[in-house]
Design a binder for this molecule. Structure first.
Ligand SMILES: [Zn+2]
Length: 272
């Protein structure tokens, strides 16, 4: 009982100190996998930042009008989004860009570079990448990074920097949101965040009826595609044995979710 009281008072103390530091809206949150997180940014502000960043990328990069490619990518993304517990409005675009890359942003925005389709060789592998990116958003990794690195600024100041003229601060914020080459800055997520997005993505693809074993093949393809023409995605997402072991460690559970999805008729037919 004693430890319960002391942990309660510690929690109260932490909360009080955060409030007294006027960092606003502290929340002792947990990620979808149960990890404790410090999230200082209101969800609404994170959504606004994601939407602002996405708008900017859409004006700077060319959006694919290819019907077959769009149908294919949307088919995979929609199957994944349909398997989320909390439904929302998501926008998906394919960008004409030969570098293999994809991203997802708070506010329900997904971008897939056309070059990713050379590395992700089937719908299951594409689902592994998009699922991973959705995992970062689901687990609010952008919020967590901003909370740690920019605790002195208010979310309003950040939003102003984000929607204003180009500046180093703006680049930094875009980077923290999980955008890399698009904004010329690379701030890879931590190993902890990567492992978490891998597992959330693995479960999500399995629930949507994509074969979770293909996530391992995807990372093997990424590694093979390294070398001279290294996929963009690899620069922030090392395809190493730690990652593959982590996925394999959760494969039995994912296979159970996959078999459930199949027996309930979930079998996305996405053709390129
Ligand atoms: Zn990642």
């Amino acid at each position: 009982m004693r430890s319960k009281y002391s942990s309660l008072s510690l929690r109260t103390a932490v909360k009080a100190s955060v409030i007294s530091a006027a960092v606003l809206l502290s929340s002792c949150a947990t990620s979808p996998l149960g990890r404790h997180q410090l999230l200082l940014m209101p969800d609404s502000q994170m959504d606004e930042m994601g939407i602002t960043a996405y708008q900017q990328i859409k004006t700077e990069q060319s959006v694919s009008r290819d019907g077959t490619t769009n149908n294919y990518v949307n088919c995979v993304a929609n199957a994944l989004l349909g398997a989320l517990e909390k439904q929302g409005n998501w926008e998906v675009n394919v960008f004409v860009d030969p570098s293999a890359n994809a991203f997802a942003l708070p506010g329900g925005k997904i971008g897939v570079n056309s070059g990713l389709l050379d590395v992700a060789q089937n719908a299951d592998q594409l689902a592994a990448v998009i699922g991973h990116e959705i995992g970062h958003v689901q687990a609010k990794h952008g919020n967590e990074r901003m909370s740690i690195q920019t605790a002195t600024e208010t979310s309003m100041q950040m939003l102003q920097a984000l929607s204003g003229e180009p500046s180093p601060e703006k680049q930094q914020l875009f980077g923290l949101l999980g955008l890399g080459s698009q904004v010329g800055i690379s701030l890879p997520f931590s190993r902890k965040h990567e492992a978490e997005a891998d597992i959330i993505g693995l479960q999500l693809m399995a629930k949507a009826g994509f074969d979770p074993r293909e996530s391992v093949s995807l990372w093997q393809n990424m590694a093979k595609a390294g070398g001279a023409a290294q996929p963009e995605f690899l620069s922030t997402h090392p395809a190493n044995s730690t990652r593959i072991n982590g996925l394999q460690h959760h494969m039995n559970d994912a296979m159970a979710l996959y078999n459930n999805a199949k027996s309930s008729g979930k079998s996305p037919q996405c053709r390129r």
